[in-house]
Design a protein around this ligand. Structure first.
Ligand code: NAD
Length: 343
């Protein structure tokens, strides 16, 4: 069994090599992303393993199927970069639904604390022996309201962390968790009442630019926005305007709408063409990490183990509990209808 890994870095390769210590699989690691131009690299493989910024479009799917690839194994939870409707009945797609929700929730809180306590500024100052406290005044989280959009695995852990800080927590989710004790409110109420808003929902066609000029106008002046989910949940230009108008107090971004050509690569010493990203990064109240929230030792080990387990299950009897199709989110009985398979 031969697996082609796209968009891999040293840390991915190390965790997969460790999970494959018995040599069950043959690995081909590519540092390039999967696109229509690079899919031919997987010639001779049985599986392609992809990450968040690989482009699994209809055209790519056709090419992979033609080459005899039988499975697309996502080594992440989100699958907005895969045309799963097109993949239906053409090629099976599996993912890693949870590898460490703690990693992402804890990173969201790390960004929040860094931002509001000005740690990113203080760190640079003290390294230069500048011990001045000017402009480093933060605010207490205790007693503030956190608005959490999406109360799945990561959202609920983030809510618990916020409660540990003595915050009031409200939430919005179109599919509320029953009997959970979560204080659900409408999205508008969440925008109006929250001092901190953290996004923990998947990106779908419906919620693209959930945070836009009109939703930003409904928010409290000085709100802190955290996005560790997917970049396109936020209209980046509207965010920039909100920051310039002082409506947004701070933004903590682990994801960015146009991240695919930039994130995971070293552009230091280069001229970055993306003016919006460059302007956002230049703001003293914006912190950007490059889709790093998942990056813990625990998460990497879980990603590698679950991905290889998904592949093993699929090739053993054609089923895998982590298979996804475009019907799964709407019809939870999808798999039962097809003998434990999506199709
Ligand atoms: P999950 O499936 O457990 O929960 C997602 C929740 O979002 C569900 O409760 C769902 O009902 C809700 N939801 C769906 N549509 C919504 C909408 N329009 N508005 C509000 N809520 C909505 O997923 P999770 O494991 O908690 O992950 C959440 C997201 O985090 C993923 O979709 C992924 O995009 C992102 N993520 C990012 C990283 C990273 O490294 N930055 C890592 C893992 C996951």
């Amino acid at each position: 069994m031969k697996i082609a890994f796209y968009d891999t870095k040293e840390y991915d390769q190390n965790s997969f090599l460790k999970a494959n210590a018995d040599g069950r699989y043959e690995f081909c690691f590519f540092d390039t992303r999967l696109t229509k131009e690079t899919c031919r690299l997987a010639q001779g493989c049985d599986v392609v393993c992809v990450f968040v910024n690989d482009e699994v479009t209809g055209e790519v799917i056709d090419e992979l199927v033609k080459m005899g690839i039988r499975l697309i194994a996502l080594r992440c939870a989100g699958y907005n970069n895969v045309d799963i409707e097109y993949a239906y009945k053409r090629i099976h797609v599996v993912r890693v639904p949870a590898y460490s929700p703690y990693a992402v929730a804890e990173h969201a809180m790390a960004l929040l604390l860094t931002s509001i306590r000005r740690i990113h500024k203080a760190y640079i100052r003290t390294r230069d022996f500048n011990f001045s406290l000017s402009n480093l005044t933060g605010f207490d989280l205790h007693g503030k309201t956190a608005g959490v959009v999406g109360t799945g695995k990561i959202g609920r852990i983030f809510m618990d962390i916020c409660k540990g800080f003595g915050m009031n927590v409200i939430a919005y989710d179109p599919y509320p968790v029953e009997n959970s004790g979560i204080a659900y409110v409408s999205l508008d109420e969440l925008f109006e009442k929250s001092d901190v808003i953290s996004l923990h929902c998947p990106l779908t066609a419906e919620n693209r630019h959930l945070i836009n000029a009109s939703s930003i106008a409904k928010m409290k002046k000085g709100v802190v926005l955290i996005n560790t989910s997917r970049g396109a949940l936020i209209d980046a230009e509207a965010l920039l305007s909100g920051i310039k108008e002082r409506q947004i107090g701070a933004a903590c971004l682990d994801v960015y709408e146009e991240e695919s050509n930039v994130f995971f690569h070293d552009f230091s010493g280069h001229i970055v063409d993306d003016d919006v990203l460059a302007r956002l990064i230049s703001m003293p109240n914006v912190i950007v990490t490059s889709h790093q929230a998942f990056l813990t030792a625990e998460a990497l080990a879980n990603i590698a183990d679950t991905t290889l387990e998904n592949i093993e299950n699929f090739f053993r009897d054609g089923t895998c509990k982590n298979e996804i199709c475009y019907k799964c989110p709407q019809v939870n009985t999808c798999r039962q209808e097809h003998n434990e398979k999506c199709f």
